[in-house]
Design a protein around this ligand. Structure first.
Ligand code: NAD
Length: 248
């Protein structure tokens, strides 16, 4: 997989799967652009890798900030080869639908669903202009099958899968591929925050995973890289599950 001097934009780049994806592409000598709501986290990640990266504080739920991000990347590099819509959050409380708070609903949909739409909307004009491009959206196993007490997250991730397929169809003739990864439980801050509140569920969650362990952020990052690479040239609008067999 060669990404030498390709321009790769990664949202939610400050932690977990996003940070692992930054490291994956940095090792391949790409020009990596980190976008995250937390400047501090991005500085930590960029300090930990040998090459210089571009950093732009961005809230993916704010369309004007996403426009500024794409504009700044084009100004600096003149192209966008790969755009990874990875930023995502879960609800603050895991409650059944009747009790799910409106605040959680609005925030999760704004970040996970609108954020991915905005990412595609700002990246595609540059990709159309240059005649090529590759978008990888980070959905979830929760975007393929139901999970309880999580209505906003499930809705947002089913939407990511649907948007991936719809947009892939629209741009298939334009040399722009759009795919999604669907990780199962992956050992990142997002999962650790859940386990801090309910440590007793760790073994229960693992018991639902045939491989008996959580996924690693690096494993998801490698799959993102593969989808963005020339090795998957006839693949578009697809979901790739990384779940240790959970969906089986
Ligand atoms: P994480 O919490 O470790 O990282 C998420 C990053 O996104 C953080 O750096 C955070 O600052 C950033 N972020 C949050 N809101 C943002 C916003 N509005 N704008 C820009 N950046 C924002 O979580 P993670 O597990 O690495 O999650 C990455 C993606 O993977 C998410 O889309 C998540 O839904 C998905 N996912 C995670 C798991 C899992 O078990 N960890 C499973 C399936 C899918």
């Amino acid at each position: 997989m060669s990404f030498k001097e390709k321009v790769i934009v990664i949202t939610g780049a400050g932690s977990g799967i996003g940070a692992a994806t930054v490291r994956f592409f940095a090792k391949k000598e790409a020009y990596v652009v980190l976008a995250d709501i937390s400047l501090e986290k991005m500085v930590d990640i960029s300090d930990s890798i040998p090459m210089e990266c571009m950093i732009q504080k961005t809230d993916v739920s704010q369309y004007d900030q996403m426009q500024s991000l794409a504009g700044a990347v084009i100004k600096k590099y003149g192209q966008i080869d790969v755009w990874v819509n990875n930023a995502g959050i879960g609800p603050t409380q895991m409650l059944k639908t009747a009790d799910h708070s409106l605040q959680d609903w609005e925030r999760v949909i704004a970040v996970n669903q609108s954020g991915v739409f905005y990412g595609m909307k700002v990246a595609l004009p540059a990709m159309l202009k240059q005649g090529s491009g590759n978008i990888v959206n980070v959905a979830s196993l929760a975007g393929l099958k139901a999970s309880g007490n999580n209505i906003s997250y499930v809705a947002s991730k089913f939407a990511v899968v649907g948007m991936t397929k719809a947009a892939a169809l629209e741009y298939a003739k334009k040399n722009i591929r759009i795919n999604a990864v669907c990780p199962g439980y992956t050992d990142t801050n997002m999962l650790r925050q859940l386990l801090e509140v309910k440590p007793e569920i760790e073994d229960k969650l693992k018991s639902h995973i045939p491989m008996g362990r959580f996924g690693k952020a690096t494993e998801v990052a490698t799959a993102i890289g593969w989808l963005a690479s020339d090795q998957t040239q006839f693949m578009t609008g697809q979901t790739l599950s990384l779940d240790g067999g959970t969906s089986l």
